[in-house]
Ligand binder design. Structure first.
Ligand code: NAD
Length: 330
């Protein structure tokens, strides 16, 4: 197939070119897929998109008019694509449901431990010749209660790592993971989880129902000084509410690998520009907030798996008109 790749970086070109051989004709483009850039897909049978390409109904109508027949997501989440509208217009959609859940789970625990032991602050201090330990006190994770919201592929691996550290792990999931339950993870109602945890980590997809899952009412139920980790999707957290909770001390630690307005920021080098997002800038002022730019997935294993599965999705759709990795259309 002729495939137009949007939002590509050097690492996308390397991994896809190596995995593709001569099978599909790949055209790598730097811009995001938007209503303004959709015409770049002209002449393509398929487009390949990433987390911050917003493929809403208007873009899908344009893709259909250009003769595009398949949207290949090179990520797991599909909240940025109107799957139902694509299917209505006869456009297939495929995603990469799992490429390395270990990458994200390991990164999640790295964020927890970094924040707790303040390694992000210690690193800078030592480089300045400041070897003071004042303000760097952490706590033992052993024996602490960690609550996981979502126990799919990533949540389940995170649970296993945390059990290995000696944590008590509780979880909420509308479809509790039986393997986790067998390992000793207690499934509890969401409201109970909010009040029972020292650490809360998000591992569920973003859906219209759980937009701003973590907002004022949820924060009010949490323990003082709670640690919140989000490696899932930014809009699960109401950022304004969490800033107020950081100011009051209700939230004691916050790590974000995703941010609700990340589309304007992440994956780009903006070091020579002024960040216009005042909410994001306020977050950066807290010593107990650690933000990274959607890199939890970013291992060589994950990039290779993403390329292999995305190309297999394209081949399957080209040959059968179907894709085993089609996301559900709501
Ligand atoms: P998964 O589909 O294997 O598991 C998701 C789990 O969430 C399921 O068990 C589901 O029942 C549960 N769930 C659904 N709605 C829920 C809700 N409202 N409350 C609690 N649980 C709910 O997905 P996964 O592979 O474990 O990935 C989880 C999320 O991680 C993805 O949706 C994606 O948004 C995010 N992700 C982030 C990165 C990154 O680089 N930061 C990389 C990959 C995935």
């Amino acid at each position: 197939m002729n495939v137009a790749f949007f939002s590509t970086k050097s690492y996308d070109r390397s991994s896809f070119t190596a995995a593709n051989g001569e099978r599909h004709r790949l055209r790598f483009l730097e811009p995001h897929l938007t209503a303004e850039t959709v015409s770049l897909a002209r002449g393509s049978d398929a487009v390949c998109v990433f987390v911050n390409d917003v493929v809403h109904a208007g873009v899908i109508a344009e893709l259909s008019a250009l003769g595009v027949r398949f949207i290949a997501l090179r990520c797991a989440g599909f909240n940025n694509v109107d799957v139902a509208e694509a299917n209505r217009l006869g456009i297939g959609v495929g995603r990469v449901p799992a490429y390395s859940p270990y990458a994200v789970a390991e990164y999640t625990v790295a964020l927890m431990l970094t924040l707790n032991r303040q390694i992000h602050r210690a690193y800078n201090r030592v480089r300045e010749g400041n070897f003071s330990l004042e303000g760097l006190t952490g706590f033992d994770f052993h024996g602490r209660t960690v609550g996981l919201i979502g126990t799919g592929k990533i949540g389940a691996i995170t649970a296993k790592i945390l059990l290995g550290l000696g944590c008590r792990v509780i979880a909420y999931d509308p479809f509790p993971n039986q393997e986790c339950a067998a390992l000793g993870v207690a499934f509890v109602p969401l409201e109970e989880l909010f009040g029972a945890c020292d650490v809360i980590s998000l591992h569920c997809p973003l859906t219209p129902e759980n937009h701003h899952l973590i907002s004022d009412p949820a924060l009010a139920k949490m323990r003082d000084g709670v640690m919140i980790i989000n490696t899932s999707r930014g809009a699960l957290i109401d950022t304004r509410a969490v800033i107020e909770a950081l100011k009051s001390g209700r939230v004691g630690y916050l790590a974000l690998d995703v941010y609700e307005e990340e589309g304007e920021l992440f994956f780009e080098n903006l070091s020579d520009t002024i960040i216009a997002d005042d909410i994001f800038s306020r977050l950066l002022t807290f010593p107990n907030v650690l933000i990274t730019g959607h890199q939890a997935f970013f291992t060589r294993n994950a990039l290779d798996n993403i390329a292999a599965t995305t190309l297999a999705n394209l081949t399957e759709f080209e040959t059968t008109g179907r894709c085993v990795n089609a996301p559900p259309a709501k």
